[in-house]
Structures are given as structure tokens and as C-alpha cells.
Ligand binder design. Structure first.
Ligand SMILES: Nc1ncnc2c1ncn2[C@@H]1O[C@H](COP(=O)(O)OP(=O)(O)OP(=O)(O)O)[C@@H](O)[C@H]1O
Ligand SMILES: [Mg+2]
Length: 252
């Protein structure tokens, strides 16, 4: 498929103009970054796995009526998506304490929360994506009150779906982050799930052993990141035969 000009090169993905107006091609790179890109590495095969995993989760969400940007996968590293106007927030849903929440509140990682907790950070790399209260979001006009209500409802549906799918393959969904975009259909505006859903943007712990199967493996030097993501993909039946090495040899 014809790939248009490059629109944006991010830390983990590159966006190109798509074949039709209102579409983009999202290319998944092998670059891994953490701590606002202070830590960087190339992780062979990560992009291939995240492309497949994001496809799997977005298609699953679509099948239960949660609107999202995924249109179709094009090849090992690229997918066609609907272009949207990204709401400048990271929408974080937590089921168990971990990461920054544990640090901030002194709660041991893995402690179950009384209910899913949603928090928002303002997407600004220079500021380090600071956590912001909903009042800031409304006051500064990053999203309206109505949109915030819709975003919370969407995030909770994604949480229920992802928690269930993960539980089914012996994985606990500790927390995750999504991005939301606006699409315009005539006079109407709708919110959809955008960006990606992958082990880069979730915390996933094996239920039995507690082993981490997400980007914390990279952040905390716990082992081989590709192996962890391959395990998630294998359990979900996303890569039934070929590992990322095989995938990599086909396209790079
Ligand atoms: N459907 C979409 N339409 C438009 N932009 C999108 C869509 N989905 C994701 N994006 C944006 O594409 C970029 C993806 O690249 P990547 O995740 O590598 O960026 P990043 O380095 O994390 O930067 P950012 O701080 O902007 O997220 C992000 O800026 C994301 O907000
Ligand atoms: Mg990103």
C-alpha cells in the first residue's frame, strides 16, 4: 500500500500519511525508551510484537463495541489507522498499585486497589507528562466535562475487556495507559481509543509467579524484553508459530 509522507516520528512509532484522507499508517519501531527517554535501547522484534498485539486488542475492543482507530494490519510492522485529534492526556487505569502510585503513596507494588482508579497526565514530554487533576483539564480546555465523562466510561470498558482477556491467559492486569482521539463525522464528534495497546503501555504480571511481562522488564533490567512480549503474544495465540526472530527475518 502506498505510504505517504512522514507526519510524526515518536519514540516508539512513526506515523505516515495513509492512502485515503483521514487515515494514517502507524509503523512500530524497535526502539524502547523509559523515564521520559533517559533510558533507550533497540529491542529486536518489539515493533513486530506490538503491532500484532495492538491489532489483537483493538479488534477485540471493536468486537465488543468499543470504538478505536484500528482499521487493518498492513504488514509485520505497519497498521492502517483512523486519523484523529489526540486529546493531550495519558489516561491511566490502575487495578493494583505499582510504579509511580506506589512511590508517591508508599503502597507496596501489587496491592489490590479498592476499585479501579483512573488518573490523567498531561502529554508534554518537556514537562515529563505531569499528573493533572480533572479540574486542570477542564479549566485549560484540554477536554470538556462531557468528554471527560465519556473518556472515563471508555477507559473502564477497556479495563474490563483487557482484565478479562489477560486473566484468561493467566496474567494480571496491574495498570495500563491509553490515549483517546476525536473524530469528526459530519456535525458530530466522537471519542475513540487511539495510539496503541501493548505491553509497552500495560503492566502485566503472571498470576502464578508474579513474573513481569511488560516494559518494566526493560525499565528495571529484569531480563529480555522480547521474550516477555513473545510470551504474552504466545498465550493470546497471536503468534502461534513464528517468533519475532522469524518475523524479523521476513521484514525489517
Ligand atoms: N489515530 C491517531 N491519530 C493521530 N495521532 C495518533 C493516533 N494514534 C496515535 N497517535 C499519536 O502518534 C504518536 C505515536 O508515536 P509514539 O507513541 O512513538 O510517540 P511518543 O514518542 O510516545 O510521543 P507522544 O509524547 O506524542 O506520545 C503519538 O504522538 C500519538 O499521540
Ligand atoms: Mg507514545
Amino acid at each position: 500500500m502506498a505510504r505517504g509522507k512522514k507526519i510524526y516520528e515518536g519514540k516508539a512509532k512513526t506515523l505516515y500519511e495513509g492512502p485515503e484522507p483521514g487515515t494514517l499508517i502507524q509503523y512500530f519501531k524497535d526502539d524502547a525508551t523509559a523515564f521520559n527517554a533517559e533510558k533507550k535501547a533497540i529491542v529486536d522484534g518489539k515493533g513486530v510484537l506490538n503491532n500484532r498485539l495492538s491489532e489483537f486488542f483493538m479488534e477485540g475492543l471493536n468486537s465488543i463495541g468499543v470504538p478505536n482507530h484500528f482499521i487493518k494490519r498492513l504488514n509485520m510492522r505497519e497498521q492502517l489507522i483512523r486519523q484523529c485529534e489526540i486529546v493531550p492526556l495519558e489516561v491511566i487505569v490502575r487495578n493494583y498499585a505499582a510504579g509511580s502510585m506506589s512511590k508517591r503513596l508508599g503502597i507496596e507494588e501489587g496491592t489490590q486497589l479498592p476499585r479501579p482508579i483512573i488518573e490523567f497526565s498531561y502529554k508534554d514530554d518537556d514537562l515529563g507528562d505531569p499528573l493533572v487533576p480533572e479540574e486542570y483539564i477542564i479549566a485549560f480546555g484540554w477536554a470538556s466535562q462531557q468528554e471527560m465523562d465519556d473518556i472515563v466510561a471508555l477507559a473502564l470498558r477497556v479495563n474490563d475487556y483487557l482484565s478479562g482477556v489477560m486473566y484468561g491467559v493467566g496474567i494480571k492486569l496491574i495498570d495500563f495507559k491509553i490515549e483517546i482521539g476525536r473524530v469528526f463525522e459530519g456535525d458530530f464528534m466522537r471519542l475513540i481509543v487511539a495510539d496503541e495497546i501493548s505491553p509497552d503501555s500495560c503492566r502485566l504480571w503472571d498470576i502464578e509467579s508474579g513474573q513481569k511481562l511488560d516494559k518494566d522488564v526493560f525499565r528495571r533490567d529484569l531480563g529480555n524484553l522480547t521474550d516477555a512480549y513473545t510470551e504474552v503474544a504466545r498465550r493470546l495465540g497471536v503468534l502461534p508459530t513464528n517468533g519475532p526472530a522469524a518475523a524479523n527475518s521476513v521484514i525489517n
